[in-house]
Ligand binder design. Structure first.
Ligand code: CMP
Length: 138
């Protein structure tokens, strides 16, 4: 069993489709072992996406991620990082496979409905960025 960090992004919370996304998560053998709805501050969003700070889309990304509530989640399951990446689909919904969250719900490459960690090491860092271990309930 391992864990990954998921963020359901503002485009999805604004459209009230977080339950539909959670259903796909749960139908694919991932357990939501922690979840909270928060509004990211600019500092918190910039810290989370620090790796992208030199990218041309960074400022727009921060504007977007602070434009409404997000749901931060810890997902647990076998190969959780890869499993969640499989069901999210490609970053750009135009390239996402049928049946993936982004194919079904994402609006464009930025407003792409969900984030998932890209490695086990980053999953640990990202989970710790939002959750205390005591908030994660198996
Ligand atoms: P995410 O998986 O959370 O990682 C970084 C985010 O930046 C990504 O999802 C998108 O929301 C956004 N992003 C990535 N590439 C681009 C791009 N080329 N143009 C605009 N936004 C992008």
């Amino acid at each position: 069993m391992n864990r990954t960090l998921s963020i359901i992004k503002p485009d999805a919370t604004k459209r009230n489709i977080t339950g539909s996304i959670n259903k796909i998560i749960e139908d694919n053998n991932l357990i939501i072992v922690a979840q909270k709805r928060i509004k990211l501050s600019r500092d918190k969003a910039e810290g989370f996406y620090a790796i992208h700070k030199d990218k041309p889309f960074f400022n727009d990304l921060i504007e977007y991620m602070t434009s409404g509530p997000v749901i931060v989640q810890v997902l647990q399951g076998e190969n959780a990082v890869q499993q969640y990446r499989n069901i999210m689909g490609a970053t750009n919904p135009d390239n996402a496979e049928e049946g993936t969250i982004r194919k079904e719900f994402a609006l464009n490459i930025q407003e792409n409905s969900v984030h998932g960690s890209d490695s086990d090491d980053n999953a640990k860092l990202e989970i710790n960025y939002f959750f205390d271990e005591s908030e994660i309930i198996n």
